[in-house]
Design a binder for this molecule. Structure first.
Ligand code: PXG
Length: 448
């Protein structure tokens, strides 16, 4: 007889068996001993399984930029599922996938004319790396196979992404990874840049490390450099003034593609549509996900400059130009969600709203200077980070306890290492910014 595994029913709002779900990026045993479940969401707030209202300080996982349950997005998805639930995009198509791609290009920097769909940031990154390799090859530069990522970079969890990424725990368990990858140094410099507001002053010269790496491998072997304009997952590392410009110049000099991973910086997080516009630096390829549908339906994408797409459009017309794609590339529900999300961003002017709130956010974040345990605060757009002094010998412990305490007090934050990262929906009100900061002050003041 099978051992009973608990019924599928719920005890109140809590499932009576938490075992089967192997949770991602989670301390499973710790969580299952004291679970935290979210059961509904609207606007800036989640409701927890024990009926409490939780202020969303993280836009879910940096994705719900339009806030939760925006009526226009909800009804677009509801209508779409009843109209066309699925349609293939391999040698077939459906109207929304084309409509969305055209619409997205109107938000993009000059020169970006093409959209390749994926279903997540990780898939978008893998797709961009493959497009970069194939682009060099179709142009007769097939020796360009190396990638340059950056220490502390996060580019999702595919083998490509963890290879170019630079987060040790994401790499060390998974063998030799992809060959032919080198890494730029990260740009975190607490000694020189503490309590920076916006872009830090020091560190543009770290981009020159790219010249050293190019000299080591020779430019003819390097396909692309991939960086996040603002590194998010690693704990919010903001590019020093002049750094991205210098990376761009060195890539141009050596015929290397520059890929911006805009999975968190895309769709208004910095107060512009994309980080590329915010920083005034245009990459050759961009990867996005998350905010493209405000997190409502999974979707990722690669945005490609015309020169990239055009290079593939050679050879016989019946030849498939790029042997790559996903069953769910351009899924109708994701397209419907994305189109409605873009409407919401436009109609509620949410990117401009983020830009207007950014100075209020900055003041609020920096008001935590001097609070117990705080060793740095940094901010840009509607992103903030509070770095804590780690407990000696117990890295991550203090920040994680802060996370638990904040949750008890009705605030959802993210922590990575000993850094608290904040990225609220762009619909946040000033009083809610105040509440985030007041709650954090209270939590940190009472934390060991
Ligand atoms: N690139 C970047 C820059 C990301 O931030 C991904 C790729 C991967 O996206 P998917 O959709 O495959 O997860 C990400 C994801 C956090 C956090 O708390 C950040 C991400 C995911 C989960 C948590 O910082 N970023």
């Amino acid at each position: 007889m099978n051992t009973p595994k608990g019924s599928a029913g719920t005890d109140g709002q809590l499932p009576n068996n938490l075992e089967a779900f192997w949770m991602p990026f989670t301390a499973n045993r710790q969580f299952k001993a004291k679970p935290r479940l979210l059961t509904s969401a609207a606007g800036m707030y989640y409701t927890s399984h024990d009926g409490r209202s939780i202020l969303d300080g993280t836009a879910g996982l940096w994705c719900c930029n339009a806030g939760h349950a925006q009526p226009a997005i909800v009804s677009a998805v509801q209508q779409q599922v009843a109209t066309l639930d699925f349609a293939p995009t391999f040698q077939m198509g459906h109207p929304l996938a084309f409509e969305l791609a055209s619409r997205l290009t109107t938000l993009l920097p000059e020169g970006f004319d093409h959209v390749f769909y994926a279903n997540s940031g990780s898939e978008a990154v893998d797709s961009a790396l493959k497009i970069a390799l194939a682009w060099h090859r179709v142009r007769g530069e097939g020796t360009r196979t190396r990638f340059i990522g950056r220490e502390r970079g996060y580019h999702g969890v595919g083998f490509g992404g963890i290879s170019v990424g630079g987060i040790v725990n994401n790499r060390k368990f998974f063998g030799p990874l992809m060959p032919g990858v080198d890494h730029l140094p990260h740009t975190h410099d607490l000694a020189r840049n503490t309590y920076s507001r916006g872009q830090p002053e020091h560190g543009a010269n770290l981009a020159d490390e790219l010249e050293r790496i190019v000299a080591l491998h020779d430019a003819s072997t390097i396909a692309a450099v991939i960086v996040e304009p603002v590194a998010g997952s690693t704990g919010v590392l903001i590019p020093p003034k002049g750094y991205l410009e210098r990376l761009r110049a060195i890539c141009d000099k050596h015929g290397i593609l520059l890929i911006f991973d805009e999975v968190i910086t895309g769709f208004g997080r910095l107060g512009s549509a994309f980080g590329a516009q915010h920083f005034g630096v245009t990459p050759d390829l961009m990867t996005v996900a998350k905010g493209i549908t405000s997190g409502v339906v999974p979707m990722g994408a690669v945005f490609a400059q015309k020169k990239i797409y055009d290079a593939f459009m050679n050879g016989p017309e019946n030849a498939i130009e790029l042997f790559h794609g996903y069953t769910y590339s351009g899924h109708p529900l994701a397209c419907a969600a994305a189109l409605a999300t873009l409407d919401v961003y436009r109609d509620q002017d949410l990117f401009a709203r983020a830009a207007e709130l950014a100075p209020v956010w900055e003041e609020a974040m920096h008001s935590l200077k001097g609070v117990r345990h705080v060793i740095d605060i940094r901010n840009i757009g509607l992103i903030g980070a509070v770095e804590l002094e780690p407990v000696p010998g117990k890295p991550t412990d203090r920040a994680f306890r802060a996370f638990l305490e904040a949750y008890e007090k009705g605030l959802l934050i993210r922590t990575t290492g000993d850094i608290i990262a904040l990225s609220p929906p762009l619909i946040i009100e000033e009083h809610e910014i105040g509440r985030i900061v007041d709650t954090l002050r209270d939590v940190l003041t009472h934390l060991d």
